[in-house]
Design a protein around this ligand. Structure first.
Ligand SMILES: [Zn+2]
Length: 120
């Protein structure tokens, strides 16, 4: 479906350019210029609509995945700090890898598994 739209728009742009080009040739008529411009405009409009439709359907799947990460109960994200540099981390820096929370520090790029520290 999408490929057909692109081919159709390519044909429209191609013939539109030919019309504009032809209008400037000795045998050409000036009346071909608006026809060519309209044809090219329709071609670009089809490309614009076709390329625009995709993100509307897909949405942003990445956002939901990050928010739904379940962390072990004892881990307090408000006071979560990087082991290497001590930089404060956000839930976005924690990803579930093979069922274990793994921290990727945005400051020093260190990646390590998040372990629960006992509070007693
Ligand atoms: Zn760090």
């Amino acid at each position: 479906m999408k490929a057909i739209a692109y081919i159709l728009s390519a044909i429209l742009i191609f013939f539109g350019v030919l019309f504009i080009w032809g209008a400037f040739s000795p045998e050409g008529k000036t009346g071909w210029i608006p026809v060519g411009i309209i044809s090219v405009a329709i071609g670009f409009a089809i490309i614009w609509f076709t390329s625009r439709r995709k993100p509307a359907i897909g949405g942003e799947p990445g956002t939901n995945v990050t928010l739904n990460v379940d962390l072990p109960g004892n881990v307090n994200l408000d006071t979560l700090k990087c082991k290497s540099c001590g930089g404060s981390l956000t839930p976005e820096n924690v990803k579930m890898v093979a069922g274990a929370p793994v921290v990727t520090c945005p400051y020093c790029n260190t990646t390590y598994q998040l372990t629960e520290e006992p509070k007693w």
